[in-house]
Design a protein around this ligand. Structure first.
Ligand code: NAP
Length: 294
């Protein structure tokens, strides 16, 4: 692997299997990687006893994909004692340096701005969302395989939304032989689905389509599966919400109606942490290389 990041020191604080893969990938590209709260053996990535130590000499900071919680604690699958991210910690980085996170809460955005650092919200970047669509789609299919008593092949399936995730999911299901109908409000997206050999409909057709479907995926971040629509669903159907909270399904209505509905957040990190970590490593390497060249 090319040492694109030679001469750069990167701190990785907290995280899970994705950040473990990411730290190793950045080290393989020549960065000196200092971690706190990850199960790495050293010498590079180098495990540090705490966040202060990990930040020594760092040119960039990588936070876990979910960032910090409402108490300011860093997400960590491994740390026993939660680490609170403070402005004092961030002050270890010279102004203008990059801070990478998946999703930033307002509190984190404020702290990073006050510290004069540059925040990159990776999950909001098209490049990451497009690449993550593959592990998301595979994880979504895996869930259906586990929960449904029938094969995907031949199963009447709806995919609501045909954006970055919905389009990859619909085509993955199609490749497995599912009978897929895409529901999208955009005529262009419906045309794109059609050109891929998928049936496509608009939301006016949803109640009738829901009645026939055994598998329903939602990727629309708006309440499209409300009680009026869910009333048409079969009790046999599996309904999976991929859209981030609050999602697109009225879950209280689904419960009242006795439907099998579930939300499935964060699939890339759960079903393919190595791929998810490598996707992050690729994007962060590109962004760091651009910084180096300035
Ligand atoms: P995207 O590319 O923006 O696609 C969203 C789709 O929903 C588009 O077809 C969009 O249509 C449609 N849509 C948005 N608002 C709508 C509304 N009010 N009514 C009808 N259709 C609407 O987003 P994405 O990257 O595919 O992500 C979709 C959701 O899944 C997000 O909430 C994302 O955070 C989540 N996600 C979850 C996972 C997971 O593991 N569960 C993985 C990846 C993404 P228009 O283009 O017409 O707006």
């Amino acid at each position: 692997m090319q040492p694109l990041l030679k001469g750069m020191t990167v701190a990785v604080l907290g995280g899970d299997a994705r950040e473990t893969v990411l730290a190793a990938a950045l080290a393989a590209r020549g960065a000196a990687v200092r971690t706190a709260g990850l199960p790495v053996a050293g010498p590079n990535p180098q495990p540090c006893p705490d966040a202060d130590e990990a930040l020594k000499g760092a040119h960039a900071l990588i936070l876990p994909v979910p960032g910090i919680n409402e108490r300011g604690e860093l997400y960590s699958a491994y740390l026993q004692q939660p680490v609170v991210l403070t402005e004092e910690l961030l002050a270890a980085l010279p102004a203008g340096r990059p801070v990478f996170v998946g999703v930033a809460r307002p509190h984190l955005k404020d702290m990073v701005r006050r510290a004069g650092l540059k925040l990159f919200e990776l999950m909001g970047m098209d490049e990451v969302a497009v690449l993550n669509a593959v592990p998301s789609a595979e994880g979504a299919v895996q869930l259906a395989m586990e929960k449904l008593p029938v094969t995907i092949r031949g199963t009447r399936t709806l995919v609501l939304g045909y954006g970055r995730t919905g389009s990859v999911l619909a085509r993955t299901l199609q490749a497995l032989g599912a009978v897929v109908t895409v529901v999208a409000r955009s005529p262009v997206q419906r045309a794109q689905a059609f050109t891929c050999g998928l049936d496509a409909a608009d939301f006016a057709a949803l109640p009738a389509l829901v009645r026939e479907a055994l598998l329903i995926y939602n990727t629309v971040p708006a309440p499209v599966l409300d009680e009026a629509v869910l009333r048409h669903a079969s009790k046999e159907a599996l309904i999976i919400d991929l859209a981030s909270a609050p999602g697109g399904i009225d879950s209280a209505a689904a419960r009242r109606l006795g439907l099998q509905a579930m939300s499935a957040p964060g699939l890339p990190g759960k079903v393919a942490p190595k791929t998810a970590g490598e996707i992050l490593a690729g994007v962060i390497t590109r962004l760091l290389t651009e910084q180096l060249m300035r």
